[in-house]
Design a protein around this ligand. Structure first.
Ligand code: GLC
Ligand code: MG
Length: 674
């Protein structure tokens, strides 16, 4: 009987008799075939396997040891491999140190938009101007830019008095210019950090107009209290810009509080509607795609509701002489309960936008806490609660007070020893509010300070012009633009806000179109400018660029240990090393006006002879010297690369800091958690 159609591909095995005739079943024939009682197993044993064989045949084969055993082996092998892969993945994840984020890998460059580049010839910098100059950041290897405010503003405090947080001031351009700038920056892998001002608005803001006219919805948007129209001082609180922080408003017949100018009324952030407005604004700009915020003046966000007088620093001073922020202890106007909760709420809003890879939104807070570093450190996140990525570290602004190795060490130590474990350091030597370090420390220290910043652990903030060593301009009383200098020129912030020096052309290339600049150009622009310094290997710019590129490519510099090894009246010296990596760096900085010879022979990890990789005195590059006599000229900084298998931090823990420990496996070239 024929049991099926013949399989054309089936080759009969001539060597085995009798040859089976079974091939494929046709469906109609299936039932016949099923009903067919197979006499013996022998019969099927004669059949060779082939594609499409019937179930019975298949079962028969699959139960044979020669098929069953390999099948089981393969099955268990697959299970074992899968488990091994899962285990390997878990191990790799567990052993991998966290990748550094964009705000840790690059300096944050601060642009003061009035002063960066003027594209339309009105003498004031603008967004299109910034767009024109983006190559500058590629050149410097800078990946993050913070732009001071460019919202619509009456410019009483040059943009820190915001009339409309959702609009761009026409002086700077349009929303379209902003969007173009952001798109182009992102195309170039550049991040944009917005300045955000939650403490106050301009007195021209719609909310303030509605609040002063008593609109029920906006009544409590600001801090109002009853006061005497002829002596509008409900208490002794003073403004950062001097005199009472209260002004009388005729329309409402009450006083409003302003921590800064009277044209900058403080918002009442105890009002949930105001908080909602602020968080809507945060969403507005995050939706636009900005990469982070620099939160302005955060310690001033809340004031005590009881409005009691603040204690005087000198209790004997007559109350009418209490006019500056230095006259009072700010127990009731700064760092009030609720501040950190609010910042954490904003942080949580930001984190919603941080989830996509590469889209981390960064938060830096501005708070001058002077001698209260523990207050500053409160702005850092904790392992359980996220807040700022870092608060600005303003302590190095004091460096020029006493340029010595010991002082530099003290200021750096101050931050490193107070910073919570696992957090990320940062360094600021200038901004639009502080005199330029190039002037206050002196031109001979510019390169050395830049070398220090770019070889310390943490993120550097570079205020525009620091990369070429710009200096303060001299301002006379009649040239004053800054409201802080209106009554006392020495308080003016104009000296550090002069136009960026791009070239030795007209207006230093800042405004190449007309002879207008909102502040004078520094007279040194013929030599201190980007173009000239690009062509000079020994320039401040060339050194900045070299060190910034080196910092990114060298793991000891961006994520290694920082260990101070020497400090005296002249010299400060430290090591940067990574466990497991033999390549390490020694930095020797002379902060004095005299040359120095430093004996580092007690540092066993250093080879007896060292070679200079970079010197701030260009001609000393490549110099070799014994570690017992490291020579530095007055104000000179040296970066020395060396190789050692011993690690200084192993035996000197008290001199060393690290943000997040990682080790290097030189044999395989991988970094792992250790
Ligand atoms: C911040 C700014 C400063 C401004 C003040 C008021 O401190 O840096 O320039 O004047 O806030 O907004
Ligand atoms: Mg302009």
């Amino acid at each position: 009987m024929d049991l099926g159609t013949r399989n054309a591909g089936f080759q009969e095995d001539k060597s085995e008799e009798p040859t089976a005739q079974i091939t494929k079943f046709d469906s109609e024939e299936k039932s016949d075939a099923m009903s067919l009682k197979l006499d013996t197993v022998e019969e099927y044993n004669q059949i060779k396997p082939y594609a499409g064989m019937p179930k019975e045949v298949l079962l028969l084969y699959s139960s044979q040891a020669r098929y069953k055993v390999p099948r089981e082996i393969l099955f268990w092998l697959t299970v074992a491999c899968t488990l091994a892969l899962v285990a390997l993945t878990i191990t790799v994840i567990a052993l991998s140190p966290r990748c550094l984020s964009w705000w840790q890998m690059s300096p944050v460059y601060q642009i003061y938009p009035r002063s960066f580049k003027d594209s339309d010839g009105d003498g004031v910098g603008d967004l299109k101007g910034i767009l024109e100059q983006l190559d500058h950041f590629d050149y410097l290897n800078i990946k993050a830019v913070w732009i001071s405010p460019f919202y619509r503003s009456p410019m009483k405090d040059f943009g820190y008095d915001v009339e409309d947080f959702r609009d761009i001031d026409p002086l700077f351009g349009t929303m379209q210019d902003f969007e173009e700038l952001l798109a182009e920056m992102h195309k170039r892998d550049l991040k944009l950090i917005m300045d955000f001002i939650p403490n106050h608005t301009s007195d021209k803001h719609r909310w303030f107009n509605l609040s002063r006219s008593g609109d029920p919805q906006y009544r409590d948007y600001y801090v109002w209290t009853d006061c005497n129209a002829s002596n509008p001082k409900p208490n002794n609180w003073v403004s950062i810009f001097g005199n009472s922080s209260w002004s009388y408003d005729k329309v409402r017949g009450q006083c409003y509080y302003h921590q800064f100018l009277k044209e900058q009324p403080d918002l009442n952030l105890r009002n949930p509607h105001v908080r909602k407005e602020i968080s809507d604004l945060i969403h507005f700009w995050l939706e636009k795609g900005v990469d982070g915020f620099r939160m302005d003046a955060v310690k001033h966000i809340f004031e005590a509701e009881h409005l009691r007088d603040e204690p005087q620093v000198d209790p004997d001073k007559p109350p009418e002489e209490i006019t500056t922020e230095w006259d009072l202890h700010h127990d009731y106007t700064t760092t009030q309960v609720g501040l950190h909760d609010l910042l954490r709420e904003w942080r949580a809003e930001m984190d919603i936008y941080s989830r996509e890879p590469g889209r981390y939104r960064f938060l830096v807070t501005e708070s001058y806490d002077y001698h209260e570093i523990e207050k500053t450190m409160m702005y850092y996140s904790t392992p359980l609660v996220k807040e700022g990525d870092f608060p600005f570290n303003f302590y190095l602004l004091d460096l020029p007070q006493n340029t010595s190795g010991l002082w530099a060490k003290h200021l750096i130590d101050l931050w490193m020893s107070n910073m919570p474990n696992g957090q990320w350091a940062n360094w600021v030597v200038g901004n639009h509010d502080r005199l330029r370090i190039g002037t206050s420390a002196g031109p001979s220290f510019i390169r050395t300070i830049n070398m220090m910043l770019l070889s310390l652990p943490g993120t550097v903030t570079t205020y525009y012009g620091e990369e070429i060593g710009m200096q303060n301009i001299n301002i006379t009383q009649d040239q004053v633009q800054d409201p802080a200098g209106r009554y006392n020129v020495s308080l003016s912030r104009d000296p550090q806000r002069s136009p960026m020096q791009w070239s030795d052309d007209m207006n230093a290339g800042f405004n190449p179109k007309t002879n207008l600049t909102w502040l004078p150009i520094h007279p040194d622009y013929k030599t201190v400018n980007v173009e000239a310094q690009m062509n000079d290997a020994s320039s401040v710019l060339a050194q900045y660029r070299y060190l910034n590129i080196l910092r990114e490519s060298e793991m000891p510099l961006h994520r290694g240990w920082f260990c101070h090894v020497h400090a005296d009246a002249r010299v400060f010296s430290y090591l940067r090393e990574l466990d497991g990596l033999s390549r390490a760096f020694l930095v020797v900085l002379n902060f004095d006006n005299e040359p120095a010879v430093t004996d580092l022979s007690s540092i066993m990890e250093l080879p007896s002879q060292v070679n200079v990789l970079v010197s701030t005195v260009h001609t000393n590059k490549g110099k070799s010297m014994p570690k017992s006599q490291i020579q530095t000229e007055a104000g000179e900084g040296l970066l020395i690369q060396f190789s050692s298998n011993m690690k200084f931090n192993h035996n000197h823990k008290e001199q060393c800091y690290i943000s997040e420990k990682a080790c290097y496996l030189e044999a395989m070239g991988i970094l792992y958690k250790c």
